[in-house]
Design a protein around this ligand. Structure first.
Ligand code: ACO
Length: 336
């Protein structure tokens, strides 16, 4: 059987560091409030003109370099983002052009914080049926330009950051009975649209004619709106649930997990997920302190850094889980 394996990872965050104190100088907030509620100490913001496709391209080049491959060796590109460079076309084609390749399919995934897992699910299906052998999967976000960096937007402006992470996936033939064979064991994705407006950006939207007006802007409809407590409640129950689902599907238990990488939504959410699963600190990876919430990019960035820090050894069991706007959520299990 063909199994999806991880060849390499890459990441790129903008050079510009924005601390909590920097935010406190432009809106009514404090370092203490942000740290206490979210664990975030600083985040990165792009400089003017730096796009999500630039970050995604740089992360991809690092992953390609680490695998000893070139962009031309990739059969397909999947880009997960909620902050595309433009309304259309998707960020994938801009990234493909910057990577210097053409005639490679580019799929854009719009599943917010769960985007990386949704993209992984599609990549895995394509790889296992033999449609594509090598897939470049990227999560890239530029939040800073969409945040309302003022008192009215402070509830969300302090949480999100910019960045990109990439993984190179390749299908490999494995013996079905070999329980130690490296690769993706399964991905599990979910959605519940009843909660769509609990975390969303309403405008611009083609539902309106024209899709954006001065009145929309004046009413603040272009800023991310979040019912924070509802998000917190659902995130802390759905992620443990999805982890258990993945373990059950593979006949494994929580004791088998060597490393859990939760989507970096909020350190308090990650800590509650950790507690619900009974995992010790050495078995959970968090880096939201330095980057804030980078939505679709948070898992591949955390994966890249955790590997560089030697947190996962060959043969170890890696678990990924995410929850976000939609609501959407999911999990994946990978034998490293
Ligand atoms: N600085 C200072 N005060 C603030 C800020 C800020 N940046 N933002 C809001 N406040 C104020 C509010 O105005 C409110 O003031 P009031 O009591 O005078 O009305 C007070 O702080 C408390 O606001 P709440 O919204 O009730 O704060 P809460 O304790 O619920 O914490 C938070 C808010 C941190 C957003 C919390 O609800 C949470 O962690 N939710 C999870 C959401 C999350 O982390 N989302 C990440 C993105 S989604 C994802 O990736 C899954």
């Amino acid at each position: 059987m063909i199994r999806t394996t991880f060849l390499s990872t890459g990441m790129r965050v903008p050079d510009r560091v924005v601390t909590n104190d920097d935010l406190a100088s432009i809106m009514d907030t404090t370092d203490e409030w942000i740290r206490q509620r979210s664990g975030i100490e600083e985040r990165r913001w792009v400089e003017e003109g730096e796009a999500g496709s630039d970050l995604g391209c740089a992360a991809s080049e690092m992953a390609l370099d680490r695998a000893g491959l070139e962009a031309a060796d990739v059969d397909c590109i999947i880009v997960a983002t909620l902050s595309p460079d433009h309304f259309f076309p998707g960020t994938g084609v801009f990234m493909q052009r910057k990577l210097g390749v053409s005639d490679v399919p580019c799929l854009d995934v719009r599943n917010q914080c769960s985007g990386f897992l949704y993209g992984l699910s599609v990549a895995d299906a394509w790889i296992r049926v033999g449609q594509y052998r090598r897939v470049l999967l990227v999560g890239t976000e530029v939040h800073s330009t969409g945040l309302h960096r003022n008192d009215a937007g402070r509830d969300t402006a302090v949480l999100f950051g910019d960045g990109a992470g990439a993984v190179l996936l390749e299908g490999r033939e494995v013996d079905e009975s070999d329980e130690t064979a490296a690769g993706l064991l399964s991905v599990h994705i979910h959605a519940d649209g009843r909660h769509a407006e609990k975390l969303w950006v309403e405008v611009p939207g083609s539902k309106y004619d024209p899709l954006i007006t001065h009145e929309h802007i004046d009413a603040g409809l272009t800023r991310p709106m979040m019912e924070g407590r509802e998000v917190f409640k659902h995130a802390t129950s759905r992620m443990p649930e999805a982890v258990r689902e993945a373990l059950d599907a593979n006949g494994l238990t929580i004791d088998d997990i060597d490393l859990l990488i939760p989507h970096q939504a909020n350190l308090r959410i990650s800590q509650m997920v950790q507690r619900a699963l009974g995992l010790t600190d050495d078995r959970v990876y968090n880096n939201i302190q330095r980057y804030g919430n980078t939505t679709a990019a948070s898992i591949p960035i955390a994966l890249h850094e955790s590997l560089d820090e030697g947190r996962l050894s060959p043969g170890g069991l890696l678990c990924l889980t995410a929850f976000g706007s939609g609501f959407t959520w999911g999990s994946a299990l990978i034998r490293w």
